[in-house]
Design a protein around this ligand. Sequence first.
Ligand code: ADP
Length: 636
Amino acid sequence: MSIPADNRDAAGLEQSPELLQHLLEQSDLLVLVVDGEDRILLFNRECEKLTGYRADEVIGQTVWSTVIPEDEADSVRGMATRLRNDGGTAGFTNHWRTRDGDIHLVRWHNTLFHDQADCGYCVLSTGIDITAEDEARRAHRTTEHELRALVDALPVLVAHLDGSYRIRFANHGYRDWFGLDPERQKGKHVRDVIGHKAFAVLRPRFEQALAGEQATYYGEVPYALGGTRFIHGTYIPSHDHAGSVDGLYILSVDLREQERLRRQLTDETRRYRAVVDHAIDAIVTIDEQGIIESFNPAAERLFGYRASEVIGKNVNILMPEPDRSRHDDYLRHYLETGERRIGTGREVTGRRRDGSEVELSLAITEFFDNDRRQFVGFLHDISARKQAEREARQSLGEMAHYNRLAAMGELTSGLAHELSQPLTAVHGMAEAGLNMIERDTADPGQLRKAFSQIVRQSQRAGEVISQFRAFLRKDRYEEYALHDPDTLMEEALELIRHEIEGRGIRVKKAMRAEGECIEINRVQIQQVLLNLVKNAIDAMDEVDGDRVLDLESVCDNTANECRLSVADTGPGIAEHHIGKMFHPFFTTKDDGLGQGLPICRSIVEAHGGSLKFENRRGGGALFTVTLPLRQEGGES
Ligand code: ADP
């Protein structure tokens, strides 16, 4: 081989083959010489290092069978052909495959020269392995690409301006904000994109950034396409390689939606506050420990505390004993088990700042504020209502009493009859005893018999009197107790037994209540039953046929009620009387007062029940008293 003629003189290498050899060995360049048939003539140390082939292994082999990857053979051949045809030098880049199968990218500089020995030509190629550089460039390109995609995807407007406010870069945010193609904004003055007015507003911030200081803007700006936008803008100085400020970055967030939500929230909070502050009900919120968190003006008026005095204190200060000591336990029990002691609505007693008590209705709701449980209590002063209820009950009690007195007037003949029997017996026994003593024929055995008869009959008379007295007694409405409805019915019948027997009435009973199942005021419910029985008897006065008083009782556990019915075989209720039956003073009797049924209904309703009537299919009227069954276990 020989060195290309152009280089000969400069290097003077022809005279120094050792120097050439040395140069080839020391060079960092890959040096390769191939002949006209692409056989390798020279393969320097650097080529050996890169490929793992020794020179003596590849010299004489074609590059195709050694270092050129198969899939690049055609393109490299094409380049070699062009070099041979065109002559001179050419640069190209291709891959080399190493002994281990690794692929390297090499940038070649190729020179064609003639081999004077065999008159053919050779190609001298010097190359540099640029694999690492290529990878770095690729990586850089990928990162740049990803960053660009990221910046475009941001829901933020991003731009880079130079020192004269010309756009160097704009992300896709520009399309969303201004409907402009970001690529076409390059070089434009930012004022022509965002509009003069916005530019005037933001310019001081831009200038601040250009002066090297980061700036922000939070507020409304005129919008190029009309109206305004609420933005949060950040303006950051950008620097050149020498570290001098050469422009600024703009990052702008459109806060219209957030601002709308913030305003909505503020409005709602204001509205909520107005409702709470002007609510008639006291509203008190507490946390899981029972600590008061809010106390509205109505609560201040109700309890006499100022909000600032009670917020942070245990809510039990608003309660009298025993609730005051127990409230922490109630709350703990609820948190542990979820079982409420207080339902959604309930009557409770509150304690004012001055220690006085107040009757309240209380409804509680529970809500979570960021996972924090809170309870809201709505309290309403019901003292006036309770007082009115008490007064209503009292006047009902008085009316009922007069009604009983009136009924009694009609029962006096029965009373006289009830009393005359034992009194006659007493009289007879006493006279007989007296005779025995006077005639001196008194036998102790006979006398004991007479006296014990006297005792028994006078007891019986006493019982009759106390039964009537009990009925006439002025009851206190609060005297509620558990009673057996069947016993009450028997007692009512006993009071009016004389009338029933005297008028030839047959009593049919189907009493199936189960013991003490109703919690009632005994005298009042007895009065109701007596009134109904008396009306039934009166109704059968004109009946020629069978006079039957039908009495029934049943406890319906499903409906949670006890039903007591009184029916007769009288004429029933005339059609045109049906709407008037409970009107005060409605009566069809000559001596009637028309007070019985209205009072009966008031009594039953005050017990949480109802009084209804209907005409029986076979004739006669049926009156039904419905009362709630007593609650098992009471309220929790
Ligand atoms: P009073 O017995 O003084 O008339 P009530 O209020 O007890 O007053 O009864 C009102 C009216 O209802 C009676 O006068 C009567 O006309 C009618 N009434 C009540 N019970 C019966 C019944 N069992 N059958 C038919 N009519 C009845």
